[in-house]
Each structure stands twice: as structure tokens, then as C-alpha cells.
Write a protein that binds this ligand. Structure first.
Ligand code: GLU
Length: 438
């Protein structure tokens, strides 16, 4: 089967799952995830029953999270935890705090976690959580109350052998510490393995904080090497300068790349001769945005995505490269630090223009890989050196990259189609071997 055998729009694929019109960004993300699954199912020859099972989450829990604001007011926000699939092991996936998150988005993100864990060969199913709050508008104490109450509501679902949360957009080490404490307080003893991405003082792994970004660097360098391109002087633009984007920019600069442009919610900056990423990170840490950085010119968000660079790293949210702007993308390589940044309609446009996309479930898998290493260390009450963690991360990333690149070359698939074929195939196989109960 070649890429031309696949329909190019989400509605063009025959799917046993009825398509409801996608109106929110979350619903569009879910439609994209289901389209990718339908493509993989068709490629693998899965029957309708298997496809239906993989397209629907195993468990979804929606909870109300009442939060007492500092002025005494009571507000109620919604939270979700979705366990998409448990065939290969406990559910695994981050928790997102973002005002626009909804059940559909969390479901899509949980589905991507399932394929990601299977693709990189770690023994987990996929999950995701989300709370519809903007952490920037809450005080630290309000954030702590939101986190603890949300965790209390999803308590029946999580546990080191059941479902293990981690950071995602809007959450960090501190959030994970509160989760570990809330769970442990309820259990009556300390349970470090219930959550990953914790501070090292609580059993967090060395190397977890920058793991997703390190993985992005590994993926970018592998992809460059396959086109016989040296990282030395390769130009890079990074969209999103948060936990993943800022360190990805730093690590790519450390590898010899020339980071020429970055953006965040506040603005974008460009310097064709190369940005001083460390100085830019200091500026962003001080002012809250890359905007206004002295040694660069301002740029619009749209212009950043359309720069003539070797590598474009979308590292923020879903749905930024669409059928509207894909024809104007001039990067040679797109390395997806974020989950779902490219829509299914944009994919064939990029492929048609000779642009290689290293898909999210491969490019950003470094985070969950080191989460797995953290969980293994926790369950053994042992800790590895930063070097050991780095070596294991590199091994798992490079093995997954090789498998995807080989299948892509053998069968004429894009890297995304190959990655999904491998991930979905492994989950289907696990399900088949376990059989159906009752
Ligand atoms: N939120 C990250 C992701 O999307 C990490 C998940 C984890 O470590 O469990 O892959």
C-alpha cells in the first residue's frame, strides 16, 4: 500500500465510528486521532470490531472541581481523566491545565498516548487528564487546591499499577508533588510510583525535566542524518517556548544548529544569524515572554510557521499546521514536539511538497520514556545516574525511529502513517492475545 491509497480527508475514510461535526479544537483533535487510527486500521487490515474498540476509550471520568478563590468565592471547573486503552499495561499520560481543554481533547490525547507507549515499546496503555483552568490566573494556593481536589475526584482510577499521571501543558513538578502527596495521604503511606515527573527530592528521575526536549533533539538529529544533513548550522524555528520548546531550542543549539526564530503566546522573534537561546530563556523567565527580546526582530506567529528553515519544531498545542497554512510551510523537516500540531488535511500537503514530518508520537516520546524509567526506579526503590537515564532514553528513541523509518521506506508510508501502523498494530496484537472477557 502506498500513501496514495489513503484518502486525504477525515471524512473520506470509511469508519464504523460515526463522525460528529467537530466544533471545538478538542473535537477537531479527536477527529484527527480517529482519522489516523482509521488509516492505520485499514493498512493493518483490522476488522470493524477491533477498530471500534480502539476508537473508543476504555474509561472516561468527568468530575466537577469546586475551588475556593482567595477572595472567598467558590468557582466550579470541569476536569476529566480518560483511560483510552489498558491492553499493554497500566494507563499512562499527563494532566493538562488549560482553559480550553474538554473531554474530546483529553480523549484524543489519551489515544495518542496509547500508540506512543506501544511505538517506543514501554509497557503501558494510554491515558490523559485535563482540568479547564488557566493556571496563569490562579495563585499558587488556588492551584494547589484545584490539583488536590481534582486528584481526590479521580482517585479511584489512578495508582502505580493502574494509571500513572505526569506533567503536560500547564502542569509541572510542583503539581506532581501535590498529586503524589494527595494520593499518599489517602493511602496512608508514601506512594512515589503513582505519578512521574516529580521533583527528584520525592523520587523523580534525573533527566525527566528535559526529557521531552532531549527526545525532540534525538528525533531531529536522526531525521537530519537520514538526509545526510549535519546539524552544524542547520536552521531551526521553534513554535512554543514553554517546557518543551525552550529546552528543545537549547539542546538543538547545543548540537550546533542555528536557532533563528522562536515564538510563545506573547509574540515571536527572529534573528537570521542565530539567537542566543540561553539569553532568550533568561529574558522569557524574567518577563514571561520572548517578546521584546533585544537582540532580535519581532515576527508574527503565522510568519514563524512559514519561515524558510531546515527544521520547524511546533511545541505548543494542537492544530497549528492546517490546510490553510500548510502550502506556505517552507521548512524541510517538521519535528512535532507538541501533540497533534498538524491536521490530517495538512499532512498530504506537506508530504506533497517534500516536507518530512517526524510525528508527535515519535518525536515527543522522550517525556513518557523517562517517565517509564522514573516509574521503574520507584518500583525498585532505586535510582539511576543521569548518564544511565540518558543512555536508555537514547536507545528507546533510536530504536523506535529506526523501526518507523524502515516501515516508511518499505511500504511507501509517511513517518506518521508508519508510526501509527506500528503503535496500533502492537496494541491490536496485545488485545488479540489476551482475548475478550467474558
Ligand atoms: N505529557 C507528556 C506526553 O504527552 C508525557 C506523559 C507522561 O510522561 O506520562 O507525552
Amino acid at each position: 500500500m502506498t500513501i496514495t491509497d489513503f484518502p486525504t480527508t477525515a471524512s473520506g475514510v470509511r469508519s464504523p465510528i460515526p463522525d460528529s461535526p467537530a466544533t471545538t479544537p478538542g473535537e477537531r483533535a479527536l477527529a484527527a486521532a480517529r482519522f489516523q487510527l482509521a488509516e492505520a486500521s485499514r493498512f493493518l487490515g483490522l476488522d470493524d470490531g477491533m477498530h471500534r474498540m480502539l476508537a473508543t476509550p476504555r474509561r472516561s471520568l468527568t468530575v466537577s472541581v469546586p475551588v475556593r478563590r482567595e477572595d472567598g468565592r467558590l468557582e466550579v471547573v470541569q476536569g476529566h481523566r480518560v483511560q483510552h486503552n489498558l491492553s499493554r499495561g497500566p494507563a499512562k499520560g499527563g494532566i493538562r491545565f488549560h482553559p480550553a481543554t474538554d473531554l474530546a481533547e483529553v480523549t484524543a490525547l489519551a489515544m495518542w498516548m496509547t500508540w506512543k507507549c506501544a511505538l517506543v515499546g514501554i509497557p503501558y496503555g494510554g491515558a490523559k487528564g485535563g482540568v479547564a483552568v488557566d493556571p496563569a490566573t490562579l495563585t499558587t494556593r488556588e492551584l494547589e487546591r484545584v490539583t488536590r481536589r481534582y486528584v481526590n475526584e479521580i482517585l479511584p482510577l489512578i495508582g502505580p499499577e493502574k494509571d500513572i499521571p505526569a506533567p503536560d501543558v500547564g502542569t509541572d513538578e510542583q503539581t506532581m508533588a501535590w498529586i503524589m502527596d494527595t494520593y499518599s495521604a489517602n493511602a496512608g503511606y508514601s506512594v512515589p510510583g503513582v505519578v512521574t515527573g516529580k521533583p527528584t527530592a520525592l523520587g523523580g528521575s534525573l533527566g525527566r525535566a528535559g526529557a521531552t526536549s532531549r527526545g525532540v533533539r534525538i528525533a531531529a538529529l536522526q531525521a537530519l542524518a537520514r538526509t545526510r544533513r549535519s546539524p552544524e548550522g542547520a536552521t531551526v524555528a521553534v513554535q512554543g517556548f514553554g517546557k518543551v520548546g525552550a529546552l528543545a531550542a537549547q539542546y538543538l543549539a547545543d548540537a550546533g544548529c542555528r536557532v533563528v526564530a522562536v515564538s510563545d503566546a506573547g509574540g515571536a522573534v527572529v534573528r537570521p544569524s542565530g539567537l542566543d537561546v540561553a539569553a532568550l530563556r533568561a529574558h522569557a523567565a524574567e518577563t514571561g515572554s520572548v517578546r521584546g527580546y533585544r537582540d532580535a526582530d519581532p515576527l508574527s506567529h503565522d510568519e514563524l510557521l512559514e519561515l524558510d528553515v531546515d527544521v520547524l519544531v511546533p511545541a505548543a498545542l494542537e492544530g497549528v499546521i492546517t490546510e490553510d497554512n500548510a502550502p506556505r510551510v517552507r521548512a524541510r523537516l517538521v519535528v512535532e514536539g507538541a501533540n497533534g500540531p498538524t491536521t490530517p488535511e495538512a499532512d498530504p500537503i506537506l508530504a506533497g511538497n517534500g516536507i518530512t514530518v517526524v510525528p508527535d508520537i515519535l518525536a515527543n516520546a522522550g517525556g513518557v520514556i523517562v517517565s517509564y524509567l522514573e516509574w521503574v526506579q520507584n518500583t525498585q526503590a532505586y535510582s539511576w545516574s543521569a548518564g544511565e537515564v540518558e543512555m536508555k532514553l537514547r536507545d528507546l528513541m533510536e530504536n523506535a525511529f529506526r523501526a518507523v523509518a524502515e516501515l516508511s521506506a518499505e511500504r511507501g508510508l509517511t513517518l506518521r502513517q508508519a508510526a501509527h501502523a506500528i503503535g496500533v498494530g502492537r496494541v491490536a496484537e496485545a488485545h488479540r492475545m489476551r482475548g475478550l472477557y467474558p
